[in-house]
Structures are given as structure tokens and as C-alpha cells.
Design a protein around this ligand. Structure first.
Ligand code: OAD
Length: 245
């Protein structure tokens, strides 16, 4: 795999590096992406189930979908792409990860400086009190799960039509505006506000590098795009960077 001199130069240790990931980074761990053909559950698309309206209409159905996803993710392991990103954190003093994934695989790979901007699938939130409960049991013994106060729990994730956590979003904007390099991995780059991060970074002067299986709306904006599997491109890139240190 060929990496140009400008790409290697972008990984200077003095630079502020931000990695932004989407479902594609976890695809090689066996976690279905959202918009791929394997992203369907029964006859539903994610967009039909990941909404407050769907939850209010049928919490049982929505929790069954999350229980199914937890079942897949619980058996999945971080792949070489997750691990390469975790190793980058060890190499670069100014490094942060923003992930749209709720699967927790980046944490399990060892990344610590991260923002899970769409939440975490292993947590439920009381619809009455807002308290967050972590629960790794799979399958869940009770669907829908209830809070100790007797109210329903909802998945502690951001659904379509909902706002992101304002603190997380402010931190992410800060990182994007200040970074020198934005590495965007495995996202279709269509869901806002995250989809606008690459343009923001570019306008603020950052080098934008994309790794994706296929061209995306971001590819024409990026300074460089690699079309291949994250689990192959990222370890190769990491080796190259380490070879130049
Ligand atoms: P998508 O399913 O929309 O896009 C996954 C991307 O990963 C696609 O562009 C694929 O080409 C790419 N891809 C697949 N396998 C890959 C691999 N092995 N290596 C590299 N790239 C690969 O998922 P997201 O962009 O993450 O939001 O979706 C964004 C958000 O939409 C999700 O966080 C979720 C969803 O609705 C919420 O739940 C709020």
C-alpha cells in the first residue's frame, strides 16, 4: 500500500490528530453497518427503529432490536483497525477519537481519549429520572427493561431527530476546529452534525484523510482517500508512520 509523503508528513508527532469513526470500522468485527445490506433487522431499517416515536409506539420492539444488536456486539472482538487506532493514541501526544459507534469496541481495544458521540448501547436511561444504568447482560432478562423507580428504561443512545449531548458536541467541535489532521474511517458521512465535521476541519486548515471501502460524499473534499478495509489500511498506515519516526 502506497502512502504519499504528504500523508506521512501529516502524522508528525507535534500535530493534533483527531480520528472520526463510523460503523465501517466495526464491520470486520462482524457488527452490521447501518446502511449496508446486512444492516436490516427483520424487515426494519435502523431509521425506522432508532427514533423516539418508534420507542413510544412500541418499546418492546425497539428493545428487541437493541437486544439483538447487543447479542452480536457482545460476541464481537476489536479488529486490527480498532487496535491500530488505539496504538496511535500511544504514539501521538495530541490525539483524540470521536466515534459515532455505540458498540464500545474502541474502548475494548484500549482507546481512552474518546467521545462516544451517539451514546453507548450497554447503557439504559430512565425515561422519568434520566439516570443512566449500565447493563452487560445479554440477552436482557426483561424486555423492555425497567428502572428501579418503575419507569421504562430507554437505550442511552442518540436517536434520529434527537440532539446530541451538548457537552460531547462542544468538546467535539473544539477538537475538530483545532486539529491539524482529521482521519475519517468507515462512515458514510451522511448523518448530521457529524457529517459536517470533515468540512469544518478542512476549512480550519486541517489535512483530511479518509479510509472507506467505497467513495463517499467526503471523498472529493478529502486531501486523500483510501478505498479499502479499515482493518488492512490502518495497520499498514501505522507501520509506515512508525517507520518514519
Ligand atoms: P453507515 O452504515 O452509514 O456507513 C458505514 C460506512 O462504512 C460505509 O461508507 C461503508 O462503505 C464503510 N465500510 C464498510 N465496511 C468497511 C470496512 N471494512 N472498512 C472501511 N469502511 C467500511 O454507518 P455510519 O456512517 O457510522 O447514528 O452511520 C452514521 C450514523 O447513522 C450512526 O452512528 C447511526 C446511524 O443512524 C445514530 O444511531 C444516531
Amino acid at each position: 500500500m502506497e502512502f504519499s509523503a504528504s500523508i506521512i508528513a501529516a502524522f508528525d508527532p507535534a500535530k493534533k490528530i483527531v480520528v472520526l469513526t463510523g460503523a465501517g470500522i466495526s464491520a470486520e468485527s462482524g457488527v452490521p453497518t447501518f446502511r449496508g445490506e446486512d444492516g436490516l433487522w427483520r424487515r426494519y431499517r435502523a431509521e425506522e427503529l432508532a427514533t423516539l416515536a418508534a420507542f413510544e409506539a412500541n418499546p418492546q420492539l425497539v428493545w428487541e432490536w437493541y437486544d439483538w444488536r447487543r447479542g452480536i456486539i457482545g460476541k464481537a472482538e476489536p479488529n486490527p483497525g480498532h487496535k491500530a487506532i488505539a496504538e496511535m493514541e500511544q504514539i501521538f501526544p495530541y490525539f483524540s477519537l470521536i466515534t459515532q459507534n455505540v458498540d464500545g469496541l474502541h474502548r475494548r481495544a484500549g482507546t481512552t481519549r474518546l467521545i462516544e458521540i451517539h451514546g453507548n448501547l450497554w447503557q439504559g436511561r430512565c425515561v422519568r429520572e434520566g439516570r443512566v444504568h449500565e447493563d452487560y447482560r445479554c440477552p436482557l432478562p426483561e424486555i423492555p427493561p425497567m428502572c428501579t423507580c418503575g419507569a421504562l428504561l430507554r437505550p442511552h443512545v442518540v436517536w434520529f431527530g434527537e440532539s446530541l449531548d451538548q457537552g460531547d458536541l462542544a468538546r467535539a467541535y473544539g477538537l475538530i476546529e483545532e486539529c491539524d489532521l482529521l482521519l475519517v474511517v468507515g462512515t458514510s458521512a451522511v448523518v448530521q452534525p457529524v457529517a459536517s465535521f470533515p468540512l469544518m476541519a478542512k476549512q480550519a486548515g486541517a489535512f483530511v484523510l479518509e479510509v472507506n471501502m467505497e467513495p463517499t460524499p467526503l471523498s472529493s473534499l478529502a486531501d486523500a482517500s483510501f478505498h479499502g478495509k479499515a482493518g488492512e489500511v490502518l495497520p499498514a498506515l501505522l507501520q509506515k508512520i512508525k517507520g518514519h519516526r
